[in-house]
Write a protein that binds this ligand. Structure first.
Ligand SMILES: Cc1cc2nc3c(=O)[nH]c(=O)nc-3n(C[C@H](O)[C@H](O)[C@H](O)COP(=O)(O)O)c2cc1C
Length: 231
């Protein structure tokens, strides 16, 4: 079996990535953000189309976006007027995905001491998405509408590369589809041209490991469940 320092470093960067939902009040240097994005942009894309665009938000600009979204999110009447532009999840949930989805949700809520009847508590936790979970850096990812499914595949590789490059620097992330619901507010705040659509957001910063939500370790299928050596 192959074992060497490069393999160990790469594996560690990949396997130490977890979705982090509470951050320390510690800034990330602009050079580090740039380095992460420069490394991630080495991700492959069909015919090298590089369909990614990243909007980096910090300080006042990040606060402004958060408060505009939370103003809508915290008002049920207003929140209903905001719907996502693309379906990230299936319209109809089926097994085994529905069970996995429920498990990660309940595991997180259980850690936070939120019981099934505590709808307000769960809504408040969901609302933390829009503050990028307190991360110093908020990233908003957009793509040109003319790009098709293949480019979204490329985009996933780019996003994972951002998260892994962040890990290599001791930084943490949480990819966030939650932002897609409020794409109209994001468009306005970031002056996005009509042809750009929001793919997702991402929190970036240093994990606050004293926070219970960051102790969540999600499960993965056993290799035999998703791999078949064809003979
Ligand atoms: C594209 C994408 C969007 C996601 N959106 C959210 C989100 O809006 N809020 C959130 O708390 N987690 C979000 N997640 C995190 C997933 O819940 C998480 O990746 C999954 O449960 C596995 O856990 P792990 O990332 O800690 O390994 C998202 C993940 C991906 C890949």
């Amino acid at each position: 079996m192959i074992s060497n320092p490069a393999q160990q470093a790469v594996d560690a960067a990949i396997t130490s990535r977890r979705s982090i939902r509470a951050y320390l009040d510690m800034p990330v240097a602009r050079e580090d953000i740039e380095a992460i994005l420069r490394v991630a942009a080495r991700a492959p894309s069909g015919t090298n189309t590089q369909p990614w665009k990243v909007h980096v938000l910090q300080g006042e600009r990040k606060r402004r976006l958060s408060s505009a979204i939370l103003a809508a999110h915290n008002d049920p009447e207003l929140a209903r007027q905001h719907t996502e532009e693309y379906a990230y999840y299936p319209r109809e949930w089926v097994s085994p995905y529905i069970e996995r989805r429920r498990k990660v949700g309940w595991d997180l809520y259980a850690l936070l001491g939120l019981t099934r009847d505590n709808k307000a508590g769960m809504a408040a936790q969901h609302g933390r998405n829009y503050e990028f979970f307190g991360a110093p850096v908020g990233l908003i990812f957009t793509i040109d509408r003319v790009m098709e499914q293949g480019s979204w595949l490329d985009y996933g590789m780019f996003l994972q590369s951002v998260m892994v490059a962040a890990r290599g620097r001791g930084l943490d992330t949480c990819p966030q589809a939650a932002f897609t619901q409020y794409h109209r507010i994001i468009r306005e705040q970031l002056a996005l041209p009509e042809n750009e659509t929001v793919v997702c957001g991402m929190a970036l910063g240093v994990a606050d490991l004293s926070k219970i939500e960051n102790s969540l370790i999600t499960e993965r299928m056993a290799l035999e469940e998703f791999v078949k050596f064809v003979e």
